[in-house]
Ligand binder design. Structure first.
Ligand code: GLC
Ligand code: MG
Length: 526
């Protein structure tokens, strides 16, 4: 196999910039804060950072409502601060990936201000405007991902505009070639500044059915579930034309060296893999969220890994994600014991791993008092447990005040109550902490190319254990994971294998008895 590219062998670390490190005492994280923590990231052993949006934004959706694609929100710093961050990251061998949000702009973006000004405006068609139905209802039955209809009536021009998310996030019309050209120019702007790639927000939603047909109702939807589930998303998502749009973005990246296009996609595997694109000219890494969505069950996980591997197109590079800013954290989903096993799984499967900041500390579901809620989704559909704040709380650096995240009286979201115990400094000093496990796993990946670029073979999966092999050339490693809280016996021929790493960080050397302890994962050399 040829030398792997950085985005194939490397590990990506997602930073939610509002919550990583505040440098100016306003209670919100910023670019200089991130820059001051680069040494931590290189110590941890990741290869790239992906930063959620940092552009000027009214923050209706905390930056996913962009008012200027080529600037930096003053809350986060300036373009100069950004350049300094990229330069210092690159000097340490760290790549920088930006979040690109092309499905919608902010309603304060100058493009939308023009578009809504009159039906005759040159930018009218940059967004999706339609007449309502004769009875005054919206143009179709599509729902917003954040609750309520996906259409808002605009008095000024007596038409409705489409917004897949908040009404403050009008959808761009990607059927319009001027929109494509303007957005490709945005990619160029950042690529020229040295950005190493983009994570493209909701890439599978970019183009909608041309006739904007009604979605069919979802028979499985029940009251108490999010509005978006009322209908099946047949005409507002995953349209065939989306692949041309993505190919266009990819062409922009391909004019530069080794840049990466990552797509956020929530679709079943057989649809997900189409996003590699024809001739693999699509997203190099269509995000694979199966480990986030699956039940924590060895046979199910074994099946989904095999299914995923089986569906990959020739030349398609796999990837795995364990958490992000929209989902409950891994420790909240599987508990702190299994979070260690999950870390080993993420970092030993075949393909690029993406880590979410704070998961390496074992952060779980942080309690958010009602009056501290920030997430607009939680505010729109309260009480359904949809809020994303519990996974977006400040990073915890030491046992001091606000865990050294900020010097402000109050951070924008509360910290985990346990921050005096669960923080980088404290956990780094403990030889067997989860943080040390992440560090050891990332180091192991660097030492063993079988882990970063070797083949994958499932060896066995029973009720509680998952065993697979990673091999490259003469090197053959076996990963054995116990997804349960009872010890489990492994196949006899693993007796005598060399233990390269245990999730418990308490044994090395020869595996005298082929037994996995409770909640233990092992990397073995047979
Ligand atoms: C994506 C982002 C999410 C955001 C939404 C709208 O799903 O990950 O945080 O709210 O898109 O941009
Ligand atoms: Mg700040």
């Amino acid at each position: 196999m040829a030398e792997p590219l950085w985005w194939q062998s490397g590990a990506i670390y997602q930073i939610y910039p509002r919550s990583f490190q505040d440098s100016d005492g306003d209670g919100v994280g910023d670019l200089d804060g991130i820059r001051s923590r680069l040494d931590y990231l290189t110590w941890l052993g990741v290869d790239a950072i992906w930063i959620s949006p940092i552009y000027p934004s009214p923050m209706a959706d905390f930056g996913y409502d962009v008012a200027d694609y080529c600037g930096i929100h003053p809350l986060f710093g300036s373009l100069r601060d950004f350049d300094a961050l990229v330069a210092e990251a690159h000097a340490r061998g760290l790549k920088v990936i930006l979040d690109f949000v092309p499905n919608h702009t902010s309603d304060r973006h100058p493009w939308f201000l023009e578009s809504r000004a009159s039906r005759a405006n040159a930018k009218r068609d940059w967004y999706v405007w339609r007449d309502g139905k004769a009875d005054g209802a919206p143009p179709n039955n599509w729902m917003s991902q954040f609750g309520g209809p996906a259409w808002t009536y605009d008095d000024a021009t007596r038409q409705w505009y489409l917004h897949s998310f908040l009404r403050q996030q009008p959808d761009l019309n990607w059927r319009n070639p001027q929109v494509r050209a303007a957005m490709n120019a945005v990619l160029d702007f950042w690529l020229r500044r040295g950005v190493d790639g983009f994570r493209v927000d909701v890439i599978w939603l970019l183009i909608k059915d041309e006739a904007l047909r009604d979605n069919p109702p979802n028979p499985a939807w029940q009251p108490g579930q999010a509005d978006i589930g009322r209908n099946l998303q047949v005409y507002n998502a995953d349209q065939p034309e989306v692949h041309e749009v993505i190919a266009g973005m990819r062409q922009v990246l391909d004019r530069y060296d080794e840049r990466v296009l990552i797509g956020e996609i929530y679709l079943p595997v057989e649809r997900l893999v189409t996003y590699y694109g024809k001739g693999l000219g699509g997203a190099q890494l269509p995000f694979n969220f199966q480990l986030i969505l699956a039940a924590w069950d060895a046979p199910k996980i074994a099946r989904l890994i095999e299914e995923y591997e089986g569906h990959l197109p020739p030349g398609g590079w796999p990837n795995w994600v364990l958490g992000n800013h929209d989902q409950p954290r891994i420790a909240a989903r599987v508990g702190s014991e299994q979070a260690r096993v999950a870390a080993m799984l993420l970092l030993t499967l075949r393909g690029t791993p993406t880590l979410y900041y704070g998961d390496e500390l074992g952060l779980g579901r942080v309690a958010i008092p009602r009056d501290a809620v920030q997430d607009p989704w939680e505010k729109n559909e309260p009480g359904l447990g949809l809020g994303r704040d519990p996974s977006r709380t400040p990073m915890q650096w030491n046992a001091g005040r606000h865990a050294a995240f900020t010097t402000a009286a109050k951070p924008w979201l509360p910290l985990d109550a346990d921050h005096a115990r669960m923080n980088v400094e404290t956990l780094r000093a403990q030889p067997r902490s989860l943080l040390k496990l992440y560090h050891a796993l990332l180091a192991l990946r660097r030492r063993h190319r079988a882990l970063t670029s070797g083949s994958f073979k499932l060896i066995s999966a029973d009720a509680h254990t998952l065993v697979y092999e990673r091999a490259l050339g003469a090197e053959r490693l076996v990963v054995a994971l116990n997804l349960g809280a009872e010890p489990q016996r492994l196949s006899d021929h693993l007796g005598g294998a060399e233990v390269l790493l245990s999730t418990a960080l308490n044994r090395e050397g020869t595996l005298a008895e082929p037994i996995l302890r409770a909640n233990e994962g092992l990397v073995l050399r047979p």
